[in-house]
Design a protein around this ligand. Sequence first.
Ligand code: MTE
Ligand code: MO
Length: 326
Amino acid sequence: MNVIQKPSWQIPESEATPEHVFHNRRSFMKGAAAGLLGVGAFGAGIGFTPRRGLAAEDPSAGLYPVPRNEGFTLDREITPEGITSQYNNFYEFGTHKEIYRAAQALETRPWTVTIDGLADNPMTLDMDDLLKKMPLEERLYRHRCVEAWSMAVPWSGFPLAELVKMASPKASAKYLRFETFMDPEMAPGQTQGWYPWPYVEGLTLAEATNELAFMATGIYGKPLQKQYGAPLRLALPWKYGFKSIKSIVRLSFVEEQPVGMWEAIQASEYGFWANVNPGVPHPRWSQASERLLGTSERRDTLMFNGYAEQVTALYPEWKTDMSLYR
Ligand SMILES: Nc1nc2c(c(=O)[nH]1)N[C@H]1C(S)=C(S)[C@@H](COP(=O)(O)O)O[C@H]1N2
Ligand SMILES: [Mo]
């Protein structure tokens, strides 16, 4: 077992990212801000044109932009698309942050979503039929990775509670389990046998039906680009980012607490709850502050990532039970 190399996001960010990479990223961003190097121009140079390329092939492009739900506000600027679309975690396509080109191999149509397990209305839906059934809206959400970087983005999508309602879970259903696609030919990361693929995550049913739990199908007023986990991913702003599973193909209502992929690898560091808490350090680094992607700013981490008002009631034991954070 000790021949296995730790994935980069299991080591502190300061160690995982060489200093020169930070410097290069900053000077790139300065250039972008000055309009010298827009995403389009950059994309053309490397054969990657996110906006036009995607619109041409994604049959849902005409649905966007969707109306913004003004109930969700930010305490910071939206992180520019040029930043968040080129700094991602998507281990199916590589263990580093620059997977956006590799992720273009993800085939997002046809795409079916299966809802099964302990539900009165199990179903398998074509992605575009699902989009037609769901009330699409835009929400501005913060996102906090367990590695201590954060972003703020406009997701488009629908409340997970709507999908739960449609499936009509049985009384015996206690959790919702999510699964990412499994296709090692398309996603070379999945040939790395020492990860227990496919990526799995889970929520309690109370968490899944909380108003904050959001199924994202778009971002920045357009369909999700592949690197964000198209065509369907979770956005759970009060939990560490690894809970926000990408490219979902199956949701199962279950009785037993699901074991997430990262939890299976290292439960002491990436536990089921993973609620953002500045007072509970990751075993190998502090969670007291975060780095705002695209800036040189650090900010204090907020309890539940600033969403305490919406989610505190889910965790009646939260002040005493530290296990709720891992
Ligand atoms: N299937 C899958 N989902 C995933 C991941 C992954 O590697 N595979 N990474 C997670 C982590 S650690 C984070 S921080 C977010 C990153 O989302 P973003 O790349 O859209 O910013 O996706 C999460 N969902
Ligand atoms: Mo993450």
